[in-house]
Design a protein around this ligand. Structure first.
Ligand code: IVH
Length: 713
């Protein structure tokens, strides 16, 4: 194992004369610190003493104090002591912590209100009350109160599982240890945002500079870094605050409306935002949005938009969720923050599907508190449309968490401007032709299996968090294994250990740079766990076009295994566009009948499984894994796993609403009745589908019977 020798220059030492020199040293230091963090936290195998490690950090801090431009959101200074999540106990949220859909334009707000009204089949004269409140730019947290006493607090994490930060949350003065009032529910999980006020942020950064410690890039990072401290004493010294705006699991919800419940939270002693108001039209919501925007700079804390929520809780329930966001709420974001800088170069990156993406290499610039040096240029046409050329001064914008983008050139009329950018027609990685299909904006490398970039990206995707989630097999490791020729396709991951032990000690992984006994053992253990990763993640990991996490779930809710999906996909024939009324064969219809799966997705799935080149790697992979069944959110519901068909007119809810409810409860919905149907819910006017159900002896229910079956009558 490589042992790090401390460079004597690092302790104290002179500061570099210029920003580029400092930036170079800073980048090298940051990488070194990250590597030590990994060895310490993940491998339990540090290679330097604590004192040596501290010196590296001190030098990094000194550089950042002298050159504040170096403070980027991902600098190690921004997560001092914030060990990877393993350092905290995990908390599974009884009710997932979801995110919000976004609206950017005023039309999006009108569309949101119209969509809600449509979904609920409201008449024009029916009143729809909607709350509007600031969207706080912090990090969300959940506070569990039992019998009025704060017992556990957690971060959002990935929405399903967060980190237990109870002790840290206890140090926040805004968070009451006990709820006031006798009517607080026996158990309630209060949700809200942890944030840092501007004045506190400024004062804290001044103290940090004085003490020679790192400064934070923005209040959000400062709040996050402070909450995720391993030592609650450090959190206690940080001026963080809390706004309550929602709730999760609760023994009772003593209110009929969002605003009523938030008023309760306030009565129980929790801080709530004073700018929340209730309105009845999109125009009023927008007017409030503008009023809040005008006040934005004076609020004293960062907000990044306004959140609208349907006020009545019974309507919220009917509206339910679409994938990971509620249908009853939306975030209306403020316009993105912008800055100008020089475009130094244009890099072409090659993605998993062979797409060539132009990336702007920028002179580092601070945009909305974060230093940006890369931005997307989207594609060839966008570069041409904006006529972006190397050496131009450009406007860069950041909006929320999205990748920064180049918006426009500001000095196109200057003298001596360079030539227009010529987009490559060959893959910069493998040299194969890169072509554009008709109607596509993207140019793709045709190298397929021979293109290293595509292969590596596919493997990265396969092992990534959202897919097989193999810890210890991150981007860098995948790349190294690929280079060594050890992992070329997904199945190789699972045969790695056997091959390694067979090949003898000399080539064995533990002798490779960056690997030691512990990390190898951990990697093998993580790979073993991944063998039984859930089947929807396996499908998602295959990287089929248009099959993201949501569609993978939709497909695997219907098909028991990837092999079963493959069999149907291979048998499927899409409709012939030349033949009027052709709906494709039965296998095709089985796929497109799955709720949420349309012809585009179905076509991509069929093409993938019909491609003979995909067979050997897929067969090899399927032989190595034993996927677990997909986790359904409602595995305990009486209709979980059942296939339901709604037919005829429904009276108490719309068809969309009915389908959404069924899926929320873990059922699959289909458009036509077949042997695989379990329940047909028939309203008045049901015709051939009801007949077919009777013929096949399938259970039929009225709308009321359905509602009482699922406990929503
Ligand atoms: S409501 C079901 N209200 O925004 C969603 N969220 O983009 C419940 N946020 O994760 C969230 N201010 O961290 C809600 N007034 C507010 C908010 C707010 C900030 C954050 C929250 C959430 C994210 C969603």
């Amino acid at each position: 194992m490589r042992v790090h020798m401390t460079d004597p220059k690092i302790e104290g030492g002179e500061l570099p004369p210029s920003l580029p020199d400092a930036a170079r040293e800073h980048a090298a230091l940051a990488e070194e610190i990250r590597a030590h963090d990994r060895r310490y936290y993940q491998d339990d195998a540090p290679t330097v003493s604590d004192a040596e490690y501290d010196d590296l950090r001190k030098r990094l801090n000194a550089l950042e104090a002298a050159f504040p431009d170096l403070v980027t959101a991902d600098s190690p200074s921004q997560n001092v002591g914030a060990a990877p999540s393993e350092a905290f106990a995990k908390v599974r949220h009884a009710v997932p912590m979801l995110s919000l859909g976004n609206a950017f334009a005023e039309e999006d707000v009108a569309e949101f209100v119209a969509r809600v009204r449509r979904f609920l089949q409201m008449k024009p004269e029916d009143e729809l009350r909607i709350t509007a409140e600031p969207k706080i730019d912090g990090l969300s947290a959940s506070l569990l109160y039992e019998n009025g006493v704060f017992v556990r607090g957690a971060t959002r994490g990935d929405g399903a599982v967060g980190e237990d930060v109870t002790q840290n949350l206890r140090t926040i003065a805004d968070i009451p240890e006990r709820l006031k009032g006798a009517d607080a529910p026996e158990r309630i999980e209060v949700r809200g945002e942890v944030y840092m006020a501007h004045a506190d942020f400024k004062a804290m950064n001044e103290r940090q500079v004085e003490a020679g410690k790192p400064v934070f890039a923005n209040p959000r990072n400062a709040a996050a870094g402070s909450l995720r401290q391993l030592d609650p004493k450090v959190t206690a010294e940080r001026p963080i605050r809390f706004f309550a705006y929602a709730w999760g699991d609760a023994s009772t919800v003593p209110a009929d409306t969002q605003s009523g419940m938030v008023a309760n939270l306030k009565r129980w002693g929790l801080p709530t935002n004073p700018l929340m108001k209730v309105f009845t039209s999109a125009e009023e919501l927008i007017a409030h949005y503008r009023a809040i925007e005008a006040e934005r700079a004076k609020l004293g804390y960062d907000i990044d938009g306004v959140v609208y929520k349907v006020d009545r809780l019974d309507l919220q329930k009917r509206l339910g969720f679409v994938s990971r966001s509620p249908r009853w709420a939306i975030a209306h974001k403020f316009p993105a923050e912008q800055a100008t800088t020089v475009l130094e170069n244009i890099d072409i990156q090659v993605g998993r599907t062979g797409a060539l993406t132009p990336v702007a290499k920028l002179k580092p610039v601070t945009v909305g508190g974060v230093v940006v040096s890369n931005a997307t240029l989207h594609n060839e046409d966008e570069i041409a449309r904006k006529d972006v050329r190397i050496g131009d001064t450009v406007i860069v914008q950041r909006a929320g968490d999205v990748i920064p983008q180049v918006v426009a050139v500001v000095d196109a009329d200057r003298k001596g401007r360079g030539d227009a950018f010529v987009f490559p027609t060959k893959c910069p990685v493998c040299g194969s032709h890169a072509v554009r299909e008709e109607g596509e904006a993207v140019r793709r490398c045709t190298g397929g299996l021979i293109c290293r970039a595509q292969a590596v990206e596919r493997l990265r995707h396969f092992a990534s968090r959202g897919a097989m989630d193999i810890e210890g097999l991150g981007d860098k490791q995948i790349e190294a294994f690929y280079e060594w020729g050890e992992i070329r396709e997904p199945a190789d991951i699972f045969t790695l250990q056997t091959r390694e032990s067979r090949e003898g000690a000399l080539t064995s992984l533990r002798n490779r740079e960056g690997w030691g006994e512990t990390s190898v053992r951990n990697l093998y253990a993580a790979i073993e766990v991944a063998r039984s990763q859930s089947v929807d993640r396996l499908l998602f990991g295959l990287g089929i076009r248009h099959v993201g996490e949501v569609n993978a779930k939709r497909l695997m809710r219907h098909f028991p295994t990837v092999a079963a999906l493959r069999e149907t996909a291979r048998a499927a024939t899409p409709p012939d566009p030349e033949v009027r009324g052709d709906k494709g064969n039965e296998a095709w219809r089985e796929i497109v009948d799955i709720e949420g799966i349309g012809a585009i997705v179905a076509k991509a799935v069929v093409e993938f499984f019909r491609e003979p080149k995909n067979d050997p790697p897929l067969d090899a992979l399927l032989a190595e894994v034993t996927p677990a069944e997909m986790e359904t959110r409602a595995s305990s519901s009486p209709v979980s796993g059942k296939t339901v068909v709604f037919t005829g007119s429904l009276e108490r809810m719309t068809r969309d609403e009915a389908k959404a409810m069924a899926e929320r409860l873990g059922a699959k919905t289909a458009g036509s009745v077949s042997k695989k149907t379990d329940i047909v819910v028939a309203g008045p006017g049901a015709g051939s589908k009801l007949d077919k159900a009777k013929e096949l002896g399938i259970e039929t229910l009225t709308e009321d019977e359905w509602l009482s079956r699922v406990g929503e009558a």
